[in-house]
Each structure stands twice: as structure tokens, then as C-alpha cells.
Design a protein around this ligand. Structure first.
Ligand SMILES: [Fe+2]
Length: 321
């Protein structure tokens, strides 16, 4: 059993890096950090990405620029990498080097192809070591050890109220099989089901840090940022609308986590979410997962607003040789 201790980061490929960085900072509010691989802090600069995103993918080994963004004590939680458009990887932390090695062994024994990241790639990610593999649906996952913690106060680009990277949501063609994968090999436990449309999983007391939504193929459905107070959700909503950003769903309230949410679309199909007030499951043994029918009014939004699945940024796929 591989124990995931937290979400770590998302790596997303973008064709237009400058536009994606502008949106992430000026619209979402994230703080830009970087360069990616030298250790120096030079806000406002993107830097050269290493080649590990293309490892095993049959893609050209060309240098590309990247940018890293933070919202909490993680060195960064979002890396935007210039190149093909699509999610590159979603990452989780494990406890230490031994846990990472044990995870590598367990996944290989289970038949998954696992690759170790190079020291250069680990340095760029600000982790000591990491491994990569694909889940059964083709989502690229990275497990990392010793992600760097930064104590310098976060300087959000605008006062969006973001307090932390909350969770990430992947797509899979079969949500129940996805849960089988995450609960068999990992410490993920289902908190609630939305029929066969979604499985919300916890790896700690937070109601969900990993969600899987039913989709046509692998991809990142959305990346969530928690905000400090309910007013942030509504202030951000007005800000985004005023700036012509496409709101995908919300403001609304999820009955599962009780979180007040807002989904909105960034460049190149990347969906962001703000939310406030996520449920914590302190008595793990006593919690009984519930099943919500996605066709019932209010099953996604208790406030009965328009329900729509957030759009997914597809997984970058290897080119066919
Ligand atoms: Fe979410």
C-alpha cells in the first residue's frame, strides 16, 4: 500500500506560455516563481525546462521554457511548460525516499511501467526524487519525495484570497475502476460517489484531495485552490466576469464536501476552481460514503444552479512513432 501524503503539483503543457502565465497570475492570482532549475528567485522570469516531460513519449527533445507558480508553502504547485498543449502530469507526495522506492517496487510488481526522474528533472521540480507512471486510463502520475517547502510569505498577484492548493481532479472512462486502482495500490478512500460520474477520495481528513470524473479519455478535469473566506469566492466571481473569463459552473455549493465553488476556464482548456469550506472527515472510521444521483437536481450544486461538467485539459500523449 502506497501512502500518499498530499497533493504536490500539476505540470501543464501550453503552446502560449506568456498568455498562460498572464492568466495564472493576473486572473487566478497565483505568485510566479522561478527560474525553474537554478535555485535563484527571479520573479517574472520563465526559464528553460528539462527534457523529462518527453521521456518515453517519443517527442522531440527540444528545449522549452517553463514557469512555476505558488500559492502556499509548496515551492510551486503549478508548472506551465511551453510546448504541446495538454496536461503533462499530476503529482503527489510520499513520506520519504524509502516510501518512494517501496512505491516504485509495488507498482512494478503490479505490472505498471515506472520510470525514475533524472536528478535534473527532480531539481527542476524542487523535489529530491520522483517516479512517473500512467494510471490504467492513461493519466500520467508522478510521486515525489521531499518537495521543497518555502517559508517566505506568498505574494498573490492579486488579492484572490487563495490559501492553498486544495485538490486535483482527473478524468477516467470508468470511475469505479479508477477507484479500484487508487484504493488497491494507494491509501485513497472514497468519501462520496456521484453515481458513476464521479468518485471523491481522501488521503487525509480533507473530504477529497483527489477526484476522478467520468470522461472520454485521460486528462486533468480541474485544479482546485482553497480561498480564505466565502467573500473571496464571490469577489473572484465578479472579478472574473468583469474580465471576460468563462465561468464554467457556480458560484454553487457541493452537497458532498459542502464547499462553495466556482469553476472557470483558463487558456488551452485548463479549468481552475476556487472553493471555500471543504468538509473535513475527522472520524475516519465512522464515515460512510454516500451515493448521489447526478440526474437529481442539487446533486452537484445544492443551490440548484446550472450543472455542467468542467471542461478537461486532455493528457498529452506520446507521438506514434
Ligand atoms: Fe473540485
Amino acid at each position: 500500500m502506497i501512502e500518499l501524503t498530499d497533493v504536490a503539483y500539476v505540470r501543464s503543457g501550453v503552446a502560449d506560455l506568456d498568455k498562460a502565465v498572464w492568466f495564472a497570475t493576473e486572473m487566478v492570482g497565483l505568485e510566479l516563481v522561478g527560474p525553474a532549475d537554478t535555485g535563484a528567485e527571479q520573479p517574472g522570469q520563465a526559464d528553460q525546462a528539462d527534457q523529462s516531460d518527453q521521456v518515453g513519449r517519443g517527442q522531440p527533445q527540444t528545449q522549452s521554457r517553463s514557469a512555476q507558480l505558488r500559492v502556499d508553502s509548496r515551492h510551486h504547485c503549478l508548472a506551465l511548460v511551453e510546448g504541446g498543449s495538454g496536461v503533462i502530469a499530476s503529482a503527489f507526495t510520499v513520506a520519504d525516499e524509502d516510501a518512494l522506492t517501496a512505491a516504485e517496487t509495488e507498482l512494478e510488481r503490479a505490472g505498471y511501467t515506472v520510470s525514475r526522474g533524472s536528478p535534473t528533472a527532480a531539481r527542476e521540480r524542487r523535489v529530491r526524487s520522483f517516479i512517473q507512471f500512467d494510471d490504467p486510463f492513461g493519466n500520467r502520475i508522478e510521486l515525489v519525495s521531499h518537495q521543497v517547502t518555502v517559508t517566505r510569505p506568498v505574494r498573490l498577484t492579486r488579492p484572490a484570497g487563495i490559501t492553498e492548493f486544495g485538490h486535483l481532479c482527473l478524468d477516467a472512462t470508468d470511475v469505479r475502476e479508477a477507484y479500484r486502482f487508487w484504493s488497491t495500490h494507494f491509501n485513497a478512500r472514497v468519501s462520496d460517489w456521484v453515481g458513476d460520474a464521479a468518485c471523491l477520495m481522501r488521503i487525509d481528513p480533507v473530504h477529497h484531495k483527489l477526484a476522478v470524473f467520468k470522461g472520454d479519455g485521460p486528462g486533468l478535469c480541474h485544479m482546485n485552490f482553497q480561498v480564505a473566506i466565502i467573500d473571496d469566492v464571490f469577489r473572484n466571481w465578479h472579478f472574473l466576469v468583469d474580465n471576460g473569463v468563462e465561468i464554467q459552473m457556480g458560484p454553487g455549493r457541493h452537497p458532498q464536501s459542502t464547499a462553495i465553488f466556482l469553476y472557470f476556464l483558463g487558456p488551452e482548456g485548463f479549468t481552475y476552481e476556487y472553493s471555500y469550506g471543504v468538509r473535513r472527515i475527522e472520524d475516519d472510521a465512522a464515515w460512510r460514503p454516500r451515493t448521489f444521483d447526478p440526474t437529481e437536481p442539487g446533486s452537484i450544486d445544492m443551490w440548484l444552479g446550472p450543472q455542467r461538467k468542467p471542461s478537461t485539459q486532455p493528457q498529452l500523449r506520446p507521438e506514434v512513432p
